[in-house]
Design a protein around this ligand. Structure first.
Ligand code: F6R
Length: 232
């Protein structure tokens, strides 16, 4: 494990964006595991910057997102589909700023084939979780997984619990996570109470993991990780 400490979010954005792009430069058809939230915003900005400079080409990349809310329209501004399209895909992977959620892109990546999300509106959520695991396997596994971490130590939507949930699964969100995420919604009642998430096993199968923590409120969780005291 390498631990790098930076003074500013800007520096983290550059370091993490370079690391993700370095993976794509080394292997153009890389499979990237991606996260949402405020943590990856600067890294995604930097990836877009490098793409715009012509330094990196994402056209052969495949992506899998970590998680998605249940029972939230994918076109809702708070869905993780929307987040990714707004903060990375439209600008860097699809190349056409006019591209909107499931319209045909004009250049680059075919969203149907290369961009993968969990479907939190699937009729059979358990079957959807299995389908996702199989798609990751069929793509050859994740080369690099980008992660944030919650203030309570959650990874993706794997909330603190008594045991590790291994594979992709349905989760009921803890009150603290609903509180944390309510800042993006009009009222706390609008925050979905369930989500689909890759499990810790699915995440740990990634060939490399880049976890980023911003801010003092994450210090306790990160201290435990650094001292190898990792618990469910
Ligand atoms: C996002 C995700 C979450 C966030 C975590 C931190 O896909 O799975 O676990 O990484 O909630 O969120 P931020 O970055 O907003 O502090």
């Amino acid at each position: 494990m390498n631990v790098l400490i930076y003074d500013t979010e800007e520096q983290i954005g550059i370091a993490a964006g370079n690391y993700m792009c370095g993976q794509v430069l080394a292997k153009p058809n890389s499979v990237l595991g991606l996260a949402t939230g405020s943590t990856p915003l600067k890294p995604y900005n930097h990836m877009i910057r490098l793409y715009e400079q012509g330094a990196v080409d994402f056209s052969k990349v495949t992506t899998f997102n970590l998680d998605e809310y249940c029972k939230l329209d994918v076109e809702d501004k708070n869905s993780y589909h929307s987040f990714m399209h707004e903060n990375l895909f439209v600008q860097a992977l699809l190349g056409d700023p006019a591209f909107l959620l499931f319209d045909e892109p004009t250049v680059g990546l075919d969203p149907e084939e290369r961009i993968h999300f969990l479907d939190g509106n699937a009729a059979d959520l358990e079957a959807e979780c299995k389908r996702y695991e199989e798609s990751i396997r069929a793509a050859g596994g994740i080369d690099i997984q980008l992660l944030g971490i919650g203030s309570n130590g959650h990874i993706a939507f794997n909330e603190p619990s008594d045991s590790f949930q291994r594979w992709t699964h349905v989760v009921s969100l803890k009150e603290s996570t609903i509180q944390d995420n309510s800042r993006f919604f009009n009222t706390i009642e609008e925050v979905p109470t369930q989500a689909l998430t890759m499990g810790i096993g699915s995440i740990m199968q990634a060939k490399r993991i880049l976890i980023i923590a911003l801010g003092e409120h994450k210090a306790k969780a990160i201290k435990q990780v650094i001292s190898c005291n990792v618990t469910p």
